[in-house]
Each structure stands twice: as structure tokens, then as C-alpha cells.
Design a protein around this ligand. Structure first.
Ligand code: ZN
Length: 337
């Protein structure tokens, strides 16, 4: 069985590990580690900050993960606040909090991991899992997180994201309803919208689901910012999940998808820009729209309308573009139905 490996280094007062086993950590304690990952071109390491709260009593283990995309920041505040409020005396099992899962992407405040070799390249870290031991730095980083930090330590997973820079979601959950526990987890969150979704290859959520571990993705609003309402409702939802799965017994489930009248959809339809130019969005997140409704228009540099965009689907607006300049292929409006 994997053991926790301490490299002997201390980074910012925090012990460095290159492998984690929750089984050989002291009970009734919140541990902090820097997980040593792949190396930069200058030979120094990338470090991922990790909390491990081990309860006084044994039980299952759940991973709260964030920072896979480096411009999506709301999730960090959720995990920080949850660990601030955790009481290991009343915790059964283990809660792992991984902050800054892609430190390179966070440093660049970017969706991508920036590689420096051969003049530079980019990798979307939420398509890389379970990673490759013989791959580039980004893929090796994914391999190390999967094999040395996550895989042998977790029974349930919540991965926290937001929409990308210049676009916005409400509090929105992706969950694969073929996994009944993932469905339960999703509906314990007082989110605005849920998409029943079979996932995409290489995402954190889908890779865990493929390995039989219930996992969901929470999308909190917009990139690059802290949004208190989405942060607070996610914390309520995650505490509901802790209660439902038996990690804590001092929290009462009151706000859920049911009380929030969460819209659940099985499909999404995206209206994308056909040109470069200024985008004017005519609908709001959460708005119900009809098929054929004009949802956006695009203007040239002089302000002339060059394109009006109608939705081919009726449904609820789940995402809009917030950056006024868009190029061809850029998202304008996304509809859940
Ligand atoms: Zn993301």
C-alpha cells in the first residue's frame, strides 16, 4: 500500500510530500502539506497546497478539489472556509482539500497550463486525467496528482470550477445521473441549475466516475473573482453532502435543489459567434427563452449590426458571455434544456 512520503523539505512552514496516504496520518487533526509535483524548466518544483482533515472516528474519505483551471477562483474560498469551520472531534472519516491543483495555470491566471519548451505550448488540465508518466510537464503533473495524491485516498469527489474568463455561469452543477450517488450529491446543493451530463474524457469528474468513484463538478459563477452568494450556497451544499454521506452529524439539511427550485436539464445548446466583433447579449442567466428568440447581436467597429443570433432551442439561459469582444467560435449564450 502507498505510504505518505515526506521529502524532508519545508516550503512556507509546510512539510513537503511526494505521495499521500491518509491511512498513516494522525487522527483528530487537520494536516497541511505542500504536494511536490512536476518540475519547471528551471529545475524547481510546482507545489500543490493540500489540507487533510482526519476525523476522531474512522469513516470514508471525500476530496474537495479546485484550481484545475487557473482563472476559476471561487472554489478556493469554498475550501478555505470549509476547513476553517471543520471540527475533527465531530468528523467521521477524512476530508481532503486540494487548492491550486494546477499551480502553473493559477500563476498565469489562465485556463491552461503554460509549457515553456519549444517556444511555449498550452494544455487544458481538465482534459488530461489520469495523466501520463512519460508525457510533458502538464501531463506528468496530472499523473502525479492522480496516482500519488488522489486515487488511493478518496471515496467521493467534488471538483470546483467556474465558467471561463469573459463568460459566466450561475451556481451550476455537472453530474452524471447514471451514478446514483452523484445524482444525490448534485441535488443536495441549492444550485440554480444542474446538467445531467455523461462527462468528457480526461476531466477530473469523468475520470473518477470511470473508476467507480462518485464525483460531481460544481461551477461557481464567473472566473477571476469571489462571488459570496455562490461561495455560501456551495458551502451549504457541501455540508449537506457531508451529512448525507455520514461525515458529520451536527448539520441540518434545509436548503437543497428542491427548496431552490433548481432547473435540471439533460442537454445544452450553445449560440456561438460567427464573426469577430462586439457582442451585445440580450438575455440574462436564469431567463426562460423560446425557440427562435433573438438572444444576442454582434456589431462591427462602427456599431453596425452584422449578425443577429436566434436560439434554436427553448430553455433556460445557463451561461452568457461577459466580455464584449468575441471572435468566431466564441460562446455568446448557452441554453440548458
Ligand atoms: Zn474549469
Amino acid at each position: 500500500m502507498q505510504k505518505t512520503i515526506y521529502t524532508g523539505d519545508i516550503v512556507q512552514q509546510t512539510p513537503v510530500i511526494s505521495a499521500l496516504s491518509i491511512h498513516d496520518l494522525d487522527d483528530n487533526k487537520i494536516h497541511r502539506f505542500m504536494f511536490q509535483s512536476s518540475q519547471m524548466n528551471i529545475g524547481q518544483y510546482w507545489y500543490v497546497p493540500v489540507f487533510v482533515a482526519k476525523g476522531k472516528k474512522p469513516g470514508k474519505s471525500i476530496l474537495l478539489n479546485t484550481g484545475v483551471h487557473g482563472d476559476e477562483l471561487n472554489g478556493a474560498r469554498v475550501i478555505q472556509k470549509i476547513f476553517e469551520s471543520l471540527d475533527t472531534e465531530n468528523l467521521l472519516g477524512t476530508i481532503i482539500g486540494v487548492l491550486q491543483a494546477s499551480p502553473n495555470s493559477l500563476m498565469h491566471i489562465s485556463k491552461n497550463w503554460h509549457l515553456s519548451t519549444d517556444g511555449g505550448d498550452f494544455e487544458n488540465m481538465n482534459r488530461m486525467y489520469p495523466g501520463n508518466e512519460n508525457g510533458n510537464t502538464a501531463s506528468y503533473h496530472a499523473y502525479l496528482l492522480w496516482n500519488k495524491l488522489w486515487k488511493n485516498n478518496v471515496d467521493y469527489v467534488i471538483d470546483l470550477h467556474s465558467q471561463s474568463t469573459d463568460t459566466e455561469y450561475p451556481l451550476f452543477v455537472f453530474a452524471d445521473y447514471r451514478n446514483s450517488i452523484a445524482k444525490e450529491m448534485a441535488e443536495l446543493i441549492p444550485a440554480d441549475q444542474v446538467k445531467n451530463d455523461q462527462g468528457e474524457k480526461g476531466t477530473v469528474e469523468t475520470t473518477f466516475i470511470e473508476h467507480g468513484i462518485p464525483a460531481i463538478t460544481i461551477e461557481l459563477g464567473a472566473a477571476r473573482t469571489f462571488q459570496a452568494d455562490y461561495i455560501n450556497r456551495s458551502i451549504i451544499g457541501i455540508k449537506n453532502i457531508f451529512t448525507y454521506l455520514g461525515f458529520i452529524d451536527n448539520h441540518t439539511i434545509t436548503q437543497t435543489a428542491k427548496t431552490q427550485n433548481t432547473v435540471v436539464g439533460d442537454n445544452m445548446y450553445s449560440v456561438k459567434a460567427l464573426h469577430g466583433g462586439y457582442a451585445e447579449i440580450l438575455v440574462k442567466i436564469g431567463e426562460k427563452i423560446t425557440s427562435g428568440q433573438i438572444v444576442a447581436k454582434q456589431l462591427n467597429a462602427f456599431g453596425d449590426v452584422i449578425q443577429e443570433y436566434a436560439s434554436e432551442q427553448a430553455g433556460t439561459v445557463v451561461s452568457v458571455n461577459t466580455g464584449a469582444l468575441r471572435e468566431k467560435g466564441g460562446l455568446l449564450v448557452r441554453i440548458l434544456y
